[in-house]
Design a protein around this ligand. Structure first.
Ligand code: IMP
Ligand code: MG
Length: 180
C-alpha cells in the first residue's frame, strides 16, 4: 500500500499525506460548512491554480444553496521600483453584501491571502471567510483569520492535490514532501 517516491524535474518527493486522510479532512470541513453556512447563500471563491482540486472535492459535499467562481492573482510590474504587484482578477459577480468564502490550497507566509482579503474588502461583502486546505503556521508572518483549516503542516515544500513544483505534480491524488 505504501506509495513510492516520485521525481519531478530534478527533485525527489516522498509520500506525506495519503489520499484517504485528505478526503477525511475535506469531508470534515464540508460538514462544518453545512452547519455554519446553510442559510447564508454564500459565494465560494476558489483561488487558481492550486485550489481547484480542494474546491472541487469540497463543493461536491456542500448540501445547501451556494455559488462558486474562480479567481486568479495576476502579477504585473508596478510603476514603482518596489517590484511585482498582485491583482485579483476574474471577479464577475456582485459580491456586495454577500458572504464570501475564499478557498485556498495552502497558507504559507500569508502574504497572498492578505492581498486577496484586502482586495475583496473593496467589494463590500457582508463577510469574508477563509478555508485553506493546508497551513504552515511556522511560516506565517501575515496573521489572517483562518475559519476552516484542513491540516497544519511543518515548513516543508510539498506538492500534489493541486499544489505544484514548477507547474508539475498538481495531478497527484496524495500530497508529497520534498526530500533533501
Ligand atoms: P504565501 O503567500 O507565502 O502564503 O504562499 C501562498 C502560495 O505559495 C500558495 O497559494 C502556493 O501557491 C504557494 N506555496 C506555498 N507553499 C507551497 C508548497 O509547499 N508547495 C507548493 N506551493 C506552495
Ligand atoms: Mg495558490
Amino acid at each position: 500500500m505504501e506509495s513510492p517516491m516520485v521525481k519531478v524535474h530534478d527533485k525527489h518527493f516522498e509520500p506525506f499525506i495519503p489520499e484517504n486522510e485528505i478526503q477525511i479532512e475535506v469531508t470534515r470541513i464540508a460538514e462544518e460548512m453545512n452547519r455554519d453556512l446553510a442559510n447564508k447563500d454564500p459565494i465560494f471563491l476558489g483561488i487558481l491554480n492550486g485550489a481547484f482540486m480542494f474546491a472541487s472535492d469540497l463543493y461536491k459535499q456542500l448540501a445547501f444553496p451556494c455559488q462558486i467562481t474562480f479567481l486568479k492573482l495576476a502579477s504585473y510590474s508596478g510603476t514603482q521600483s518596489t517590484g511585482t504587484v498582485k491583482q485579483l482578477i476574474g471577479i464577475n459577480r456582485e459580491l456586495k453584501d454577500r458572504v464570501v468564502v475564499v478557498l485556498e490550497d495552502i497558507v504559507d507566509t500569508g502574504v497572498t491571502l492578505e492581498t486577496i482579503i484586502r482586495q475583496l474588502s473593496g467589494y463590500q461583502p457582508a463577510e469574508i471567510r477563509v478555508a485553506t486546505f493546508l497551513h504552515k503556521p511556522n511560516a506565517t508572518i501575515k496573521k489572517v483569520k483562518l475559519d476552516y483549516v484542513g491540516m497544519e503542516i511543518p515548513n516543508d515544500f510539498i506538492l500534489g492535490y493541486g499544489l505544484d513544483y514548477d507547474g508539475y505534480g498538481r495531478n497527484f491524488k496524495e500530497i508529497y514532501r520534498l526530500v533533501d
